[in-house]
Design a binder for this molecule. Structure first.
Ligand code: AMP
Length: 390
């Protein structure tokens, strides 16, 4: 079969999808900074899939780095709580013509923004949190510290299974100014990210705490219009952090933070009062509500040195009812070679790098082949927040 005949074009809203014929019945389900996502049926496997179109991912350096990193990491990581790559292709056949990349993934039912609106019982809420923690722990085991977990990048199925959709901030993320119509959500970013401090794995616990708090409260906990406003929302509720914490800030940030009005913050039973929890006052529900509040009080801690670790959160009584060794300690993927997303490339170089990755992927499985097994790869990620108040 000629190459061209393997593809067809369908319009989804304003966007043209030129995709392999095996994928039929496209319906738009979401959009993000990178492009449009559609649900489709894979007629070869009868499986429902999600197809994300990355339109000209090399159009600027920020887009390109993100697309490249995400594609590499999706190929590398294999865990039930991280979205898996089923297929990837480009309809163009030469570097000169290269335009778009299509990523085929498992289809989920909704993102967490939609679920947060619902009245969740303790069973569902604790199960969702457990799965987030398992996915995060798995990313950490590969040296990937996310730093940007948020409800729009977490998807769930109606059976309450959950997957994380993306891999967060690259070490050098945020250095490039980009005009984008998309507003970047920063509500879930930890104090150490906002304040441009060093960070460790439990930076991701803060985001889980924000998501859990939002599930209970039904509204965003710290909805700042910018980093400064967000910091104010944090200290108004949780209180001004200790002097010990201030000492670890860079001088200019420290000067700003120390000169804010002082807040004592509120106890957690005032921040998350009983009325917010399932209303029937059975012994079981009362116990669960107090466990949930206890976990929140350990996650929403401004000072990361006092914040609970991922391992301890997994062992917390609210969460550990779901503990399964195979999910918590799944074999680590090969570490990711961080040096790649630290190198600076021109748009033309990124175009070639992304094209090569897609070609390599296509030939490693034969065009159109479908598999959820990631290809073997070698290589580690580490810190340094740049999108901060510095
Ligand atoms: P993204 O471009 O990855 O940020 O995704 C944008 C939105 O598309 C998400 O917030 C989800 O609502 C939806 N989405 C992306 N991937 C999937 C998927 N595999 N299954 C279901 N919905 C998805």
């Amino acid at each position: 079969m000629s190459r061209l005949s393997q593809f067809y074009t369908v319009e989804v809203g304003d966007t043209k999808f030129t995709i392999l014929k095996r994928y039929q019945n496209l319906k738009p389900i979401g959009s993000g900074a990178q492009g449009i996502v559609c649900a489709a049926v894979d007629t070869e496997t009868q499986q429902n899939v999600a197809i994300k179109k990355l339109s000209r991912p090399f159009q600027n350096v920020t887009h390109a780095k993100r697309a490249y990193r995400e594609f590499k990491l999706m190929k590398l990581v294999n865990h039930k709580n991280i979205i898996g790559l089923l297929n990837a292709f480009t309809p163009q056949r030469s570097l000169e013509d290269f335009q778009d990349v299509y990523l085929v993934m498992e289809l989920m039912d909704a993102n967490l923004c939609q679920v947060i609106q619902m009245d969740l019982d303790h069973e569902r809420m604790s199960y969702l949190l457990y799965q987030m923690l398992c996915g995060i722990k798995h990313l950490h085991s590969a040296g990937i510290i996310h730093r940007d977990l948020k409800p729009s990048n977490i998807v769930v199925k109606s059976d309450c299974t959950l997957k994380i959709l993306d891999f967060g901030l690259a070490r050098t993320a945020g250095t490039t100014f980009m005009m984008t119509p998309y507003v970047v959500t920063r509500y879930y970013r930890a104090p150490e990210v906002i304040l441009g401090m060093g960070y460790t794995e439990n930076v991701d616990i803060w985001s889980v705490g924000c998501i859990m708090g939002e599930m209970i409260r039904g509204g965003v906990l710290f909805p700042g219009t910018d980093h400064i406003d967000q910091w104010n929302k944090i200290i108004e509720q949780l209180g001004t952090p200790s002097q010990q914490f201030m000492m670890r800030l860079q001088p200019t940030v420290r000067n700003y933070v120390e000169n804010r009005p002082r807040f004592t913050g509120f106890p957690f039973d005032k921040l998350f009062p009983d009325v917010l929890f399932p209303s029937d006052s059975s012994e079981h529900n009362r116990l669960k509500a107090s466990q949930a509040r206890d976990l929140l009080s350990r996650m929403l801690v401004i000072d990361p040195e006092r914040r609970i670790s991922v391992d301890d959160a997994l062992l917390h009584p609210y969460i550990n009812v779901w503990y399964d060794e195979l999910e918590v300690n799944a074999p680590a993927p090969g570490p990711y070679d961080h040096s790649v997303d630290e190198r600076e490339h021109t748009v033309e170089q990124w175009k070639e790098l992304i094209y090569q990755e897609v070609m390599e992927y296509e030939s490693s499985r034969g065009r159109g082949a479908s598999s959820s097994q990631p290809s073997p790869a070698s290589n580690s990620i580490e810190p340094n927040g740049t999108d901060s108040m510095r």
